[in-house]
Design a protein around this ligand. Structure first.
Ligand SMILES: *Cc1c(COP(=O)(O)O)cnc(C)c1O
Length: 239
């Protein structure tokens, strides 16, 4: 085993232990939570090692980095999640490799995703990114739609050819009433998910929690956690 592989294996084992412990504490089955490893800023060689170590879901936040990486790793049995703010001019590229776009936050983006998914003859899963730091009818500074905008966007995704409405995603807010209250923020997301599922029962994905707050996300009921730093190490640059 190379040094890097041993390091990633050890980190993965620690994260796995944390998820298992959080599930146990919450009275949840381990199978209810899926680990997505956020590989942004790290090379395709790391993605390949993660795949060898059994990782099945990876996430990226910049198309410029993700597109060549996904191409290099196209032989691997991986699901690719896009989790960054997405400009419409990047949608064609992203639809070429992403199985799920977790950062759907405006109707113009939905229209573009649908058009490109149909063109590529692909089905793209969509999560509505909820900004819990924004005004109800506002938008988040780092992407996301305010709570009041979820329903309209969800209905639009559900009615768009080539797209599948999978659920909701959030990032714990740094400002506003939920600042420093990760678990409360994630519980709010769960309530919003319950409301969403009354109209869209299959949209049961709840993506929340990162390296520093995955326990709170699992406690609140998240189905997917997105972990970067705790698996790959502190990123060499902002991303
Ligand atoms: C980078 C990123 C993560 C992972 O963050 P870590 O703190 O490195 O675990 C999760 N979600 C999104 C949207 C990200 O951009």
């Amino acid at each position: 085993m190379t040094e890097r592989k041993a390091q990633l294996a050890a980190n993965l084992a620690k994260v796995e232990e944390r998820i298992a412990a959080a599930c146990k504490a919450a009275g949840r089955e381990r199978e209810e939570v899926t680990l997505i490893v956020v590989t942004k800023t790290y090379p395709a060689s790391d993605v390949r090692i993660l795949s060898e170590l059994g990782v099945r879901h990876v996430a990226e936040n910049r198309d410029q980095d993700a597109a060549p990486k996904a191409a290099e790793c196209s032989d691997l049995p991986l699901s690719w999640h896009f989790v960054g703010q997405l400009q419409t001019n990047k949608v064609r590229s992203v639809v070429g490799y992403a199985h799920v776009v977790q950062s759907v936050d405006r109707s113009k983006l939905v229209t573009a995703l649908s058009k490109e998914a149909v063109r590529a003859e692909r089905e793209v899963g969509c999560l509505i990114q909820v900004a819990l730091d924004a005004e109800e009818s506002g938008r988040g500074e780092r992407g996301g739609v305010g709570v009041a905008g979820i329903e309209e966007l969800a209905d639009l995704v559900a009615d768009s050819p080539g797209l599948r409405l999978d659920g909701l995603m959030t990032v714990a807010p740094l400002t506003g009433p939920f600042a420093g209250r990760e678990q409360a923020a994630f519980e709010r997301l769960m309530d919003l998910s319950t409301a969403l599922r009354s109209a869209h029962p299959a949209a049961n994905m709840v993506s929340a929690g990162m390296s520093s707050d995955l326990e709170q996300a699992v406690a609140a009921g998240a189905t997917h956690v997105r972990v970067g730093t705790a698996v790959l190490g502190v990123r060499p640059r902002l991303g």
